[in-house]
Design a protein around this ligand. Structure first.
Ligand SMILES: [Ca+2]
Ligand SMILES: [Ca+2]
Ligand SMILES: [Ca+2]
Ligand SMILES: [Ca+2]
Length: 337
């Protein structure tokens, strides 16, 4: 079971409930803007008092699994470098409260030789998810709630926002997977990282059903990022990265027809009854190594290219955005065309 598949929390009116003597009373969810600095403080406390196995990454022992492990700076580990001195951060918007931003800390243990996934892509990775237990005893400061030891693939649009924002800071392997006789996959030169997620970019008051995660929990994910491919969540032929029309790196807030389904998840973006897939023209071009690159008319946009090392060929996918009534708005975004 993967909790990560739970859709990211998008809701303004969510409430938690507490049992009273004779029934339930509803408690409004805490104000997100007030909760944000609390989350940051809890995460920074953790980063100040913990370190990771950086020495193993610097000088890998035999059979090292290249996984991040954290421990407390104390006793024999008193002189370790704290995480706070080794992480980076970026500012990330809350998806619910406009104008609210979080400092999202992330760690890059191994860069990876490939490419960064884009935020709406499909990533192949293994990971461990823990939450910070603020009612901790030393041994239970963090609690594991989810993991995948063998590679799994996720739509990055379907995981909690902080994990989506964190994974794209890493790079994939530059090479295809190596398949063992038993069918298991292995990868080389992949990215290894971690992300420290404030509750507002995690589950906030909507932890997955049946999970042990409390409300307002900060999460830590460590991960190995192996591969990624272009995401097209609504399968309309337009990669989701191009459905971010306002180009703010968020897929949730572009909804041309205002039907509540964002374009990346709407098979009829303009709501005119004609599916988007029938209002664009998708073409593919294939050429071999050494052959000149094909050219195409200016009305077509390249959306994806794949290289196949086996056949030594490149496949380029393009889309022509037709505009039948010539009003400057392409048909798939034009309700009257
Ligand atoms: Ca699409
Ligand atoms: Ca957007
Ligand atoms: Ca829509
Ligand atoms: Ca349409």
């Amino acid at each position: 079971m993967n909790h990560l598949v739970s859709l990211a929390l998008i809701g303004l009116t969510l409430v938690s409930c507490k049992k009273e003597d004779d029934g339930f009373t509803f408690v409004p969810a805490r104000d997100r803007a007030e909760e944000a600095p609390v989350s940051t403080q809890i995460i920074e406390d953790y980063l100040n008092t913990h370190f990771y196995n950086y020495e193993e990454f610097q000088n890998p022992p035999a059979n090292f699994d290249f996984k991040i492990r954290f421990d407390t700076i104390a006793g024999e580990f008193a002189d370790k470098i704290p995480l706070i001195d080794q992480v980076n951060f970026k500012m990330v918007p809350d998806r619910v409260t406009e104008g609210l931003e979080y400092k999202l800390y992330y760690l890059q243990a191994l860069e990876g030789g490939g490419e960064h996934p884009l935020f709406p892509d499909v990533a192949t990775l293994s990971y461990e998810g823990t939450f910070l237990n603020t009612e901790f005893t030393a041994s239970e400061y963090t609690k594991l709630f989810d993991s995948a030891i063998t590679p799994v693939s996720f739509q990055l649009t379907s995981v909690v926002n902080g994990f989506q924002d964190g994974v794209i800071t890493a790079k994939t392997s530059p090479l295809p997977a190596i398949e063992a006789p038993d069918g298991s996959l292995s990868f080389e030169d992949y990215g290894v990282g971690a992300v420290f997620i404030p509750s507002g970019l995690g589950y906030y008051v909507s932890p997955p059903n049946g999970s042990v995660i409390p409300f307002y929990a900060q999460l830590i994910f460590t991960f190995q990022l192996y591969a990624s491919r272009v995401g097209d969540q609504d399968e309309d032929g337009i990669p989701s990265i191009y459905e971010d029309l306002n180009m703010n790196q968020l897929e949730e807030d572009d909804d041309t027809d205002g039907d509540g389904l964002p374009n990346f998840f709407d098979s009829d973006d303009d709501g005119d009854g004609r599916p988007t897939s029938e209002e664009i023209i998708a073409r593919t071009y294939v050429f071999l190594d050494g052959e000149p690159e094909p050219t195409w008319p200016v009305t077509e946009t390249e959306v994806k290219r794949l290289y196949d090392a086996l056949t030594m060929s490149t496949t380029i996918y393009t889309i022509e955005y037709t505009d039948e009534d010539n009003d400057g708005t392409p048909d798939y975004l034009d309700a009257d065309s």
